[in-house]
Design a protein around this ligand. Sequence first.
Ligand code: ADP
Length: 255
Amino acid sequence: MDFNDKVVIVTGGGQGIGRCIVQTFADKGAKVVIADIDDEAGIENEEYIKSKGGDSLFVHTDVSLEKDVGNLVDKTIKTYGKIDILINNAGVGARGTIYTRPMEEWDRVINVNLRGTYMCSKYVAPHMRDNGGGVIINIASTRAFMSEPHTEPYSASKGGIIALTHSLAISLGYDKIRVNSISPGWIEVSEWKKSREAKKPQLTEEDHLQHPAGRVGKPEDVANACLFLCSEEASFITGANLIVDGGMTVKMIYV
Ligand code: ADP
């Protein structure tokens, strides 16, 4: 798969899965724009790509703020002249429980995860259309289909992203813009992120064996799914949701 000279925006590209998506596209020759609220992580990733001979630009962006999203798209067009791929990956989890959570927390999660995904797509789509097409990937979650207790805002935002994906695919299809979502399951925290955290999560053998694939997912599993869905090899796939969870969602639990 060749992404030479493709211009890719990755929201939430500073750390976690987004950081890995940025590095994976950069390795394939893409020019990668990192849009993140975390300046330290975003600048560090930009410098890492450049140190390996790649082309990258960090733009401080809060995807829930319209002025930031407008600025992100303006800077990308000024720097690279076009946008081929948008990966809507920026996301936040919900704090508290339904008993304790103020409504502002619902708004925060929906605004970043769902509204942010729509707003970035809205600002990028005209440039893709005028350039002959493009690809949008929205990072959803298996939490759209199954839940732990007290994840309502997060699960609802991710379910919304899947509905938004097929709706956008229909609206933008004739402009040659494909739109798909990816639903990651349990993805292990990256080594880089672990190095920043005081409390380092440890996985047990049992955690891995919960998955029919025999292991918990890695950020690379999601990044590789992005590469495929953005490639010419996936030119007939739009409006789809690809589950990347090692088989966890379809596993029958015997009680
Ligand atoms: P995961 O492990 O699922 O990748 P992370 O929390 O590591 O989750 O990554 C989410 C990324 O999204 C982080 O880099 C974070 O700074 C970024 N992010 C969170 N909120 C926003 C926002 N409002 N705008 C842009 N980026 C955001």
